[in-house]
Design a protein around this ligand. Structure first.
Ligand SMILES: Cc1ncc(COP(=O)(O)O)c(C=O)c1O
Length: 424
C-alpha cells in the first residue's frame, strides 16, 4: 500500500514543514485546509504515519500496534509510555475503576461547580492534599487544563509571568490567555530569571517545571526560588513528570530539594506516574476557593470521570505505600543510562526517567523511527513544534515495570540502528 501511495503523491511539499501552514493570504478561513491536507498526506509517507498508531493493548512494556500503512505490529518493546510506575494496568487500580463504573456510571455529567462533583472526587482531592502535605488540592480534567485554568485564573493584564523557555504548551497557553506580560528565560538558567525580574513591579509569578518534559533535566530550584523570593515573586512548579517519582516520599522535585514550603503553587498530573488522567493544583485553602470561582478551564468543563478518579485514587495509595516502585524505577534509570553511555549515545542534559536521544535531523528521524519499529522497538520521533527545529529526538520513558533484559534489548536495537544510520 505504501508503494502505491508513493507513486500517486508526488513530492510537492518537500521543502515545507508543519509551520508553513499557520497562515494563508486568502480571505477564506478554509483556504489553508486543502494545501495542508496535501502536505499532510505526503508527510504521512515520509514518516508521520508513525504518529498516533492505534495501540490495541494496555501501555505495557510490550505492546501491539496497528501500523497505519497496513501492517499489524505485535509485541513491540515499549519505551514510549508515561506509565512510569506501571500503574495504569495494576489489578487493584482496574478493580477500583470497575467498582466506580458500577456505582457512578461512566461520566460526571456536570461541571465540578454544578452537578459534577461526586464523593470520589472529594476523596481524591483530600488524599492528594494529604500526600502533598498541603491544606488543599483541586482536581482538573487534564494536566493541560490545570495549567491553563490556574494561570488564567490567577494572573491579569499588567501582571508579569516569568517562565522557562522550554515550558510546556499548557503553561504557554495559560499565560497567553491571562493576558499578563510573559517573559521567557533561557532554559533553566537562574541568572536569566534574575534578569527578567529585575526592575519589575506589580504582581509577579515565576513558573518552572520539576523535570522538563522534552529534555529530562531537573529544575535548578534552589537558586530560582531564592531569586524569586528576593524579588517578591510567587513561585509555581509543574511536577507533571516528577510527582510520585522524585523525593524520598514521591512528593516531587520540591521535596527532593527540601523546598516544599517555599513554593506557593504545586501542579501535578494524574496521567503519567499514576497512569490515569487529570491534573491537580495543591496549595492553600484560599487558593482553592479562588480558583473554584476563576479557573475557567475547570469551571466550564465537565468534571473528571469518576471511573478515572477512583482508579487514580487507588494508584495514589499504591504509589504512597510502595516506595519500592520508585526504587525499581530509579534502578532502571541508572541501568539504562549506564548502558546508553557505554554505547556513546547522546542523551543531552537528562538526569531523570525522561531520556532524550538526540538525533537533530528533522527528516531523517522518521526513517530511523521506522527502522527501530521494524527491529521491534517502539520509540516516538519528537520534532517541531514539540521541540525547536533541528532539535529532533527520540524520548525514552523508563518505567518501574521494565526488566533489565528489556532495557538491554532496547539499547541494543537503538545502538545498532543509530550506528548504521551514522547518528552518534
Ligand atoms: C510539564 C507538563 N505539564 C502539563 C502536561 C499536560 O498533562 P496532561 O497530558 O495530563 O494533560 C504535560 C504533558 O505532557 C507536561 O509535560
Amino acid at each position: 500500500m505504501a508503494a502505491r501511495m508513493d507513486v500517486r503523491i508526488k513530492e510537492e511539499f518537500s521543502d515545507y514543514d508543519y509551520s508553513s501552514f499557520y497562515y494563508s493570504s486568502s480571505d477564506d478561513v478554509f483556504a489553508i485546509l486543502d494545501p495542508y491536507t496535501r502536505w499532510y498526506d505526503e508527510a504521512q509517507l515520509r514518516g508521520y504515519h508513525l504518529y498516533a498508531q492505534p495501540m490495541s493493548t494496555r501501555p505495557r512494556t510490550r505492546i501491539d500496534l496497528e501500523d497505519k500503512l497496513d501492517r499489524k505490529r505485535v509485541n513491540l518493546l515499549n519505551l514510549s509510555s508515561y506509565n512510569y510506575l506501571g500503574l495504569s494496568y495494576r489489578a487493584e487500580v482496574l478493580d477500583a475503576a470497575r467498582r466506580a463504573l458500577d456505582q457512578y456510571g461512566l461520566g460526571a455529567s456536570g461541571s465540578p461547580v454544578l452537578s459534577g462533583t461526586m464523593d470520589v472526587h472529594l476523596e481524591l482531592e483530600r488524599e492528594l492534599a494529604a500526600f502533598k502535605r498541603k491544606p488543599a488540592a483541586m482536581l482538573f480534567p487534564t494536566g493541560y487544563s490545570t495549567n491553563v485554568g490556574l494561570i488564567q485564573g490567577l494572573m491579569r493584564p499588567g501582571d508579569l509571568i516569568v517562565a522557562d523557555q522550554n515550558s510546556h504548551a499548557s503553561i504557554v497557553d495559560g499565560a497567553i490567555l491571562s493576558k499578563a506580560e510573559v517573559r521567557f528565560f533561557k532554559h533553566n538558567l537562574p541568572e536569566e530569571v534574575e534578569r527578567k525580574l529585575r526592575g519589575a513591579t506589580g504582581k509577579k509569578l515565576v513558573i518552572v517545571e520539576g523535570v522538563y518534559s522534552m529534555d529530562g533535566d531537573v529544575c535548578r530550584l534552589p537558586e530560582i526560588v531564592e531569586i524569586a523570593r528576593r524579588h517578591g515573586a510567587r513561585v509555581m512548579i509543574d511536577e507533571a513528570h516528577s510527582s510520585f517519582i522524585y523525593g524520598e516520599s514521591g512528593r516531587g522535585v520540591a521535596e527532593h530539594f527540601g523546598l516544599e514550603d517555599e513554593i506557593d503553587i504545586h501542579v501535578g498530573t494524574l496521567s503519567k506516574a499514576l497512569g490515569g488522567q487529570g491534573g491537580f493544583v495543591a496549595g492553600s485553602e484560599s487558593l482553592y476557593k479562588y480558583l473554584q470561582g476563576f479557573a475557567r478551564a475547570r469551571l466550564f468543563s465537565c468534571a473528571l470521570s469518576p471511573v478515572v478518579a477512583a482508579g487514580v485514587l487507588e494508584a495514589l495509595r499504591i504509589a504512597a505505600r510502595e516506595p519500592e516502585l520508585r526504587a525499581r524505577l530509579w534502578d532502571n534509570v541508572a541501568y539504562i543510562r549506564s548502558r546508553l553511555r557505554e554505547e556513546g549515545i547522546d542523551t543531552g542534559e537528562s538526569t531523570s526517567q525522561v531520556i532524550p536521544v538526540l538525533v537533530r535531523n528533522d527528516r531523517r528521524i522518521f526513517e530511523i523511527a521506522r527502522r527501530l519499529q521494524d527491529a521491534g522497538l517502539y520509540l516516538q520521533p519528537i520534532v517541531y513544534p514539540a521541540v525547536a527545529k533541528h532539535r529532533s529526538r527520540f524520548r525514552i520513558s523508563v518505567s518501574a515495570a521494565h526488566t533489565r533484559e528489556q532495557l538491554d534489548e532496547g539499547v541494543g536495537i537503538l545502538a545498532r540502528v543509530l550506528r548504521e544510520e551514522g547518528v552518534r
